[in-house]
Ligand binder design. Structure first.
Ligand SMILES: Nc1ncnc2c1ncn2[C@@H]1O[C@H](COP(=O)(O)OP(=O)(O)OP(=O)(O)O)[C@@H](O)[C@H]1O
Length: 308
């Protein structure tokens, strides 16, 4: 198997004398889910359009399983599945008819493969209904089904959870993880929301003004996990008032969000605090560290205002 599924090599884009993308470099392995985040106008859609061959590159190259999207378009495109902007669906046809229609564009897609994909995205019960009756979430899932019909090595999704409710977002998240883990598909997801993307990605790159300004693995230990430094931690407890007292008795500042207590403490103190809480019959459901570095960077980047 190819070690690298998708590679961007010094990709640049200039439109009307303005350099919109300023030299992007990254590599994604099979089975890896890469989150591409940044505020509106940062250059996500432009980059994605270049990755899938919908827009020419001004400089650099994009390679899919080692094939250049520019000089070997056909070979490269064969291994890409994508939803850029909204999935293209025919609402007067059923879900099944839509998939049959797209299957004809590729060679060798069997009905069995279509059934497999339908089942993967959980549309078995409604696949014979007309798409106009589908909810937004169902349409998105059909879009993904269509994008993966030909078993692409790389799946590229531009804002796949746009407009979905929390249940819909969770569904998308679950089957994207399954695709990566079971079929070793490399997935790129763009979003302007850190919170949702952090849960489904292995690695996240933050783009701003056409440059990657930060990149890290989601499970990577940050400097803040050092034994000596303070970490931001959420205590999820049954008896918030009592738990706040335990923390405040130790001069720890607490911010309360319903039953969740947000604190900044030394890692070494955690076991003792939990023990004190348990001794006082406080139910401790969880102690979760917050990855402050990425969150802070992202908030700093978007400044709470997603329009640049
Ligand atoms: N055809 C174009 N002509 C001129 N400027 C463009 C063109 N397409 C994009 N841009 C500019 O390039 C920048 C990046 O746009 P892009 O749509 O890639 O951002 P984005 O990160 O996808 O944002 P969003 O989250 O809003 O989709 C923006 O400043 C945009 O105004």
């Amino acid at each position: 198997m190819n070690e690298i599924a998708l590679e961007l090599k010094d990709v640049k884009k200039t439109i009307s004398n303005k350099e919109i993308i300023k030299g992007l470099n990254f590599q994604i392995k099979p089975g890896e889910v890469y989150g591409f985040i940044g505020p509106n106008g940062a250059g996500k859609t432009t980059t994605i359009r270049m990755m899938v061959g919908l827009m020419n590159l001004t400089e650099g190259d994009v390679k899919i399983l080692g094939k250049s999207i520019q000089s070997e378009y056909k070979e490269a495109a064969r291994n890409i599945g994508a939803i850029v902007e909204n999935p293209e669906l025919y609402s007067f046809m059923t879900g099944w008819q839509n998939l049959m229609h797209f299957a004809r564009m590729y060679e060798g897609i069997t009905k069995e493969r279509i059934r497999e994909v339908v089942s993967l995205v959980g549309l078995d019960n409604v696949i014979n209904d007309k798409v106009k009756k589908y909810s937004l979430g169902m349409r998105q899932r059909l879009g993904v089904a269509q994008a993966i019909l030909h078993k692409p090595a790389v799946l590229i999704l531009d804002e796949p959870t746009n407009g979905l409710d929390p249940a819909g977002i969770r569904e998308i998240r679950d089957y994207i993880r399954r695709l990566a883990e079971e079929d070793q598909v490399a997935v790129v997801i763009s979003s302007h929301l850190l919170s949702e993307i952090e849960l489904m990605c292995d690695r996240i790159g933050i783009i701003k003004h056409g440059e990657i300004i930060s990149e890290r693995y989601v499970n990577e230990e940050s400097d803040q996990d050092d034994a000596q430094s303070d970490v931001k931690v959420i205590f999820d407890v049954g008896q918030a008032d009592e738990a706040i007292k335990v923390l405040e008795d130790r001069d720890i500042e607490v911010k309360r969000e319903s039953d969740k207590l947000v604190t900044e403490i030394n890692r070494q103190e955690i076991p003792n605090i939990v023990q004190t809480m348990v001794n006082q019959n406080i139910s401790v459901f969880g102690v979760t560290p917050i990855k402050a570095t990425l969150e802070d960077q992202f908030l700093e980047l978007t400044g709470g205002n997603v329009i640049e």
